[in-house]
Ligand binder design. Structure first.
Ligand code: ADP
Length: 657
C-alpha cells in the first residue's frame, strides 16, 4: 500500500493555448493600411486646400472682373458723355454769322469785338476753359479771353496738332498739369481755308471726381491712356503722364517735343509686361503706392533699386472714337483672403474625408480583431474545458484511490490499536490473574471463616468478613469493568473527563505492577480540579501505555517514582492543559529520541514490546487536538523520562473555558 505522494498529484499541463496566429499575421498588413490611409488623408487635405483655393479664387476673380467691367462701362460712359456734350459746338460755331464775318473781315475791329464777345459767351455757357478763332496761318483773330495771349500760347505750343487733320486731341494744361480736351473745326470757303475754331475743355473736374473715388475706394484705380500709351488721366495722380511701357529715347523725345504733355514724361509704369494689356481681365504687377494722392509718390525708384509692386486685377476698354483706352485696376486682396479661407475650408473637408475613412477603416479593423479575438478566446475556452474535464476525471480517479487508501489505513490503524490494546492486556493478564487470584483466595478464606464464625454464633465478626468480601468483590468488579471498557473498540465521542479519575482508572489497571515493583506513584492534587474534553477510554489507553513504559524503564532503578502533574499550556490563555508523566527510570540515549514515535521502535526484548504504543498514543492525542512530546530529564532533576501532552480544558458540564 503506497500512500499517494505530492508528486503524484495531478497538475494542469504546460501546453500553451493556441495563439491567435491570424491576428499576428494581419498586424503588419493593417499597419500598412493605416499608413496608406494617413498618407491619403494628407493628400486629401492638400488636394482640398488647393481645390478650395482655386475654385474660390476663380469664382471671386470672375465676380471682381464683372464688377470692374461694369465700373469700366460707367467710367467710359461718363467720359464719353462729358466729351459728347461739346462735340456739336465747333460745327455750330462754324455757321455763326459773327464768326464767319470775322474770318471774312479779320481787320474790322468791330467785327473782332463782336466775335470776342460771342466766344466769351459761348465759353461761359458751355463750360469751356478757352475758345478762340485763328486765320488760315494760325494767327489768333478772336478769343474768349480779354487778351489773346493765352490763345497764342496754345497755338505756339500745340500748333502742329492744331494743323493736323484731327478734329480733337488731348493735351496737358500748361499751368496746372490737368488734362485739356481740344475740339477743332476748320472753316474754308470755295476750297480755300479761311481759319479754324479751337475749343478747349478742361477735364480737371471729371478727373477730380475719379481721384476722389479712388481715394475713397482703395480697391479700384482708373487710368485713361491715349494713343501714345501715355496715362493722361488717372484716379492715381502719381501715375499721370507716365508711360505705360518703356519707349526708345527717340520716341520719348518725339513725345516730349509734341507739347501735349506738361513737363518731362516720367518713368514707365510697366504695368502689363512684355505682352501688353489684353482685353480679358488679368492680374498684373503694379508699382506699390505709399500715398496715392501724392504725384511724386510713385516716381521711379533710384537706379538699381527695384520698385516694390502689388498685384492688381487689370481690365481695359477701348474708346475708339477718342483713340483712348480706359484701364481699371482692382485690388483682389479680398478675393485672396476668401480664397485662403476656402483653402482652409477645402483642407478641412479633405482632412475630414480622410479622417472619416481612417475612422471607418480602424472601426472595421477593430471589429475584425474583435471577431478574431473572440474566436481565439472561444477556441482557448474549448481547449481549456477539454483539459479541465480530462484533469477532473484524473483527479476524481485519484480521489477515489486516496479514499480507498485512507479507509484501508484507518482500518489498519484500528486493527493496530486493537492489537496494541490486546498486547497491553496480554502483558497485564498475569498481573490481573495475580490481582484477582489474591482476592479470590482471600474470599475463599473469608467465606470459610465466616461459616465457622456463624456456627459459633459470632455474627459481628461474620458481618466484618462480609464487608471485607464486599469490598474485595467491588475491587474485582472495578478491574473487570476497566478491562472491559479498555478492550472495547470505542467510538470517538468527546465528553468532559476528570483528569484525576482518568489517571486513577489507568493506575487501577496497572496496580498489580506498581505494587509488585514498589513504585512510588505521585498524583498532583491540582488534577482533581481539571476537566478536559476527550474520549475517556482512549485517554486511559494513552496513560496506561505511558505508565507501563515508565514501570518498565524503572525496573532496575534504585528509587522508583512515577509522578503525574498538570500545568496550563503557555500561550493558550488557559484554554489548554499540559499533562506530564515523569519517571525516575533509565531514560534513553539522546540520539534515539527522534525515533521514539516511529512505528515498531522498541528497546524491549522480543516478545515484550511491539514498538506501537507511543505511535498510537501520539495519534490519539493528535485526534484530541493536542500533541505528545518526550524529553530526557536531566540527572539533577532525578533523571528518567518525561512525557507530556496537551488537552482542551472545559468545565465539569462540558462548557468551554
Ligand atoms: P513498546 O513499549 O512496545 O516498546 P512503545 O512505543 O510504547 O513500544 O515504546 C517504544 C520504546 O520507547 C520503548 O521500547 C522504550 O525503549 C522507549 N520508552 C518508552 N517510554 C520510556 C520511558 N519512560 N523511559 C525510557 N524509555 C522509554
Amino acid at each position: 500500500m503506497t500512500p499517494p505522494s505530492n508528486n503524484s498529484a495531478p497538475s494542469l499541463p504546460e501546453t500553451p493555448l493556441a495563439a491567435p496566429t491570424g491576428l499576428l499575421q494581419r498586424l503588419p498588413q493593417s499597419l500598412l493600411r493605416t499608413r496608406f490611409l494617413v498618407y491619403l488623408t494628407l493628400l486629401l487635405t492638400l488636394a482640398g486646400m488647393a481645390l478650395g483655393q482655386r475654385m474660390s479664387e476663380r469664382t471671386s476673380m470672375q465676380q471682381l472682373a464683372a464688377v470692374a467691367a461694369e465700373r469700366l462701362e460707367l467710367y467710359a460712359g461718363s467720359l464719353e458723355a462729358e466729351l459728347a456734350r461739346h462735340a456739336y459746338l465747333p460745327s455750330l460755331m462754324a455757321i455763326d454769322a459773327d464768326l464767319q464775318a470775322l474770318l471774312v473781315s479779320p481787320e474790322d475791329t468791330t467785327v473782332r469785338l463782336r466775335a470776342d464777345r460771342k466766344l466769351a459767351g459761348i465759353k461761359v455757357r458751355s463750360g469751356l476753359s478757352l475758345s478762340f478763332v485763328t486765320d488760315a496761318e494760325g494767327r489768333v483773330l478772336a478769343s474768349s479771353e480779354p487778351q489773346t495771349a493765352a490763345a497764342e500760347a496754345v497755338v505756339r505750343r500745340l500748333g502742329a496738332h492744331l494743323r493736323s487733320s484731327h478734329a480733337h486731341f488731348f493735351a496737358a494744361n500748361e499751368h496746372n498739369g490737368s488734362t485739356d480736351y481740344f475740339l477743332l473745326h476748320n472753316i474754308s470757303r470755295a476750297g480755300r481755308p479761311l481759319g479754324q475754331i479751337v475749343l478747349r475743355l478742361n477735364l480737371a473736374p471729371l478727373e477730380a471726381t475719379w481721384v476722389d473715388q479712388g481715394l475713397r475706394s482703395q480697391g479700384e484705380k482708373l487710368l485713361v491712356v491715349d494713343d501714345k500709351e501715355v496715362v493722361i488721366m488717372s484716379s492715381v495722380p502719381a501715375w499721370k503722364y507716365r508711360l505705360l511701357s518703356e519707349l526708345s529715347a527717340a520716341e520719348r523725345d518725339e513725345l516730349q517735343t509734341s507739347g501735349r504733355y506738361a513737363g518731362p514724361l516720367r518713368g514707365a509704369l510697366n504695368l502689363f509686361g512684355d505682352d501688353g494689356l489684353h482685353d480679358e481681365a488679368r492680374v498684373v504687377n503694379v508699382p506699390m503706392l505709399q500715398n496715392p494722392a501724392a504725384p511724386e509718390a510713385s516716381s521711379p525708384p533710384p537706379e538699381g533699386k527695384a520698385e516694390s509692386t502689388q498685384k492688381l486685377l487689370a481690365q481695359q476698354r477701348a474708346l475708339l472714337p477718342l483713340a483712348l483706352r480706359l484701364v481699371t485696376l482692382s485690388d483682389p486682396a479680398e478675393v485672396w483672403r476668401q480664397a485662403r479661407y476656402a483653402a482652409w475650408g477645402g483642407a478641412a473637408v479633405g482632412a475630414l474625408i480622410g479622417l472619416l475613412a481612417l475612422y471607418l477603416a480602424s472601426r472595421r479593423r477593430a471589429h475584425d480583431q474583435l471577431l478574431q479575438a473572440s474566436e481565439a478566446l472561444r477556441l482557448a475556452h474549448a481547449q481549456l474545458e477539454a483539459q479541465v474535464a480530462e484533469r477532473t476525471q484524473e483527479l476524481s480517479q485519484t480521489n477515489q484511490e486516496l479514499k480507498r487508501q485512507i479507509a484501508q489505513r484507518l482500518q489498519a490503524e484500528d486493527e493496530l490499536m486493537q492489537a496494541a490494546k490486546l498486547a497491553v492486556l496480554g502483558q497485564m493478564s498475569a498481573g490481573i490473574a495475580h490481582e484477582v487470584n489474591q482476592p479470590l483466595t482471600a474470599l475463599r478464606a473469608l467465606s470459610r471463616n465466616s461459616l465457622l464464625l456463624l456456627e459459633k454464633g459470632r455474627t459481628d465478626s461474620v458481618g466484618n468478613n462480609l464487608r471485607t468480601i464486599d469490598e474485595m468483590v467491588e475491587r474485582m468488579t472495578g478491574i473487570t469493568r476497566q478491562l472491559k471498557s479498555f478492550a472495547r473498540k470505542a467510538e470517538l465521542v468527546q465528553a468532559p473527563v476528570s483528569l484525576a479519575s482518568a489517571v486513577r482508572g489507568a493506575k487501577l489497571l496497572l496496580e498489580h505492577r506498581l505494587q509488585a515493583e514498589q513504585v512510588d506513584f505521585v498524583l498532583s492534587p491540582e488534577l482533581d480540579q481539571v476537566w478536559v474534553r476527550c474520549e475517556p477510554n482512549r485517554l486511559e489507553q494513552v496513560l496506561v501505555n505511558l505508565f507501563a513504559n515508565a514501570v518498565d524503564a524503572m525496573k532496575d532503578a534504585p528509587h522508583k517514582r512515577l509522578a503525574v502533574s498538570s500545568a496550563a499550556l503557555p500561550e493558550s490563555d488557559g484554554r489548554r492543559v499540559l499533562l506530564r508523566v515523569s519517571d525516575s527510570g533509565a531514560g534513553m540515549a539522546a540520539d534515539l529520541l527522534p525515533r521514539l514515535f516511529e512505528p515498531f521502535f522498541t528497546t524491549k526484548p522480543a516478545g515484550q514490546g511491539l514498538g506501537l504504543g507511543l505511535v498510537i498514543s501520539s495519534k490519539i492525542i493528535h485526534e484530541f487536538g493536542g500533541s505528545l512530546r518526550a524529553h530526557v530529564r536531566p540527572a539533577d532533576q532525578g533523571g528518567g523520562m518525561c512525557f507530556e501532552f496537551d488537552l482542551e480544558v472545559c468545565t465539569r458540564d462540558g462548557i468551554n473555558v
